[in-house]
Write a protein that binds this ligand. Structure first.
Ligand code: ZN
Length: 126
């Protein structure tokens, strides 16, 4: 029994996955700068005794970024003038990581299909 034609369904699936993976890959080749850091809004007390911040209404929000430096988690304050740029670069990083995860999921799917094709195509020689 010989059948050299792979099931159309598998071919269509592979083709779709390949197309999607290609689209993801090229969305990551922009080469624009990114920042790896978790952004958060912080509120602070200024320390002046008579200030409203001593009675619940703290100053802020200020943009802070949690970064990993030499294996230690540190929080740095982001300068107001840098905020839009930092947000943009941080968003790029987030998108990069998410897309990378999608590509890896697709790789696994492609791998499984190829394994299936391999298993179905192997014939014994006897
Ligand atoms: Zn204050």
């Amino acid at each position: 029994m010989e059948n050299h034609n792979l099931p159309n369904k598998l071919m269509e699936k592979l083709s779709a996955l390949n197309k999607e993976r290609s689209r993801h890959i090229f969305s990551l080749t922009h080469g624009k700068p990114m920042i790896h850091g978790l952004l958060s809004a912080v509120f602070r007390r200024c320390g002046k005794p008579a200030c409203k911040c001593n009675h619940g209404e703290k100053h802020g929000p200020y943009l802070a970024m949690s970064v990993n430096k030499d294996g230690k988690q540190r929080t740095v304050m982001v300068k107001k003038k840098d905020s839009p740029e930092v947000r943009k670069k941080s968003e790029r990083y987030r998108h990069f990581q998410q897309t990378l995860a999608k590509i890896r999921r697709i790789n696994k799917e492609v791998d499984a299909i190829l394994d299936q094709i391999k298993a179905e195509s192997i014939e014994p020689y006897t």
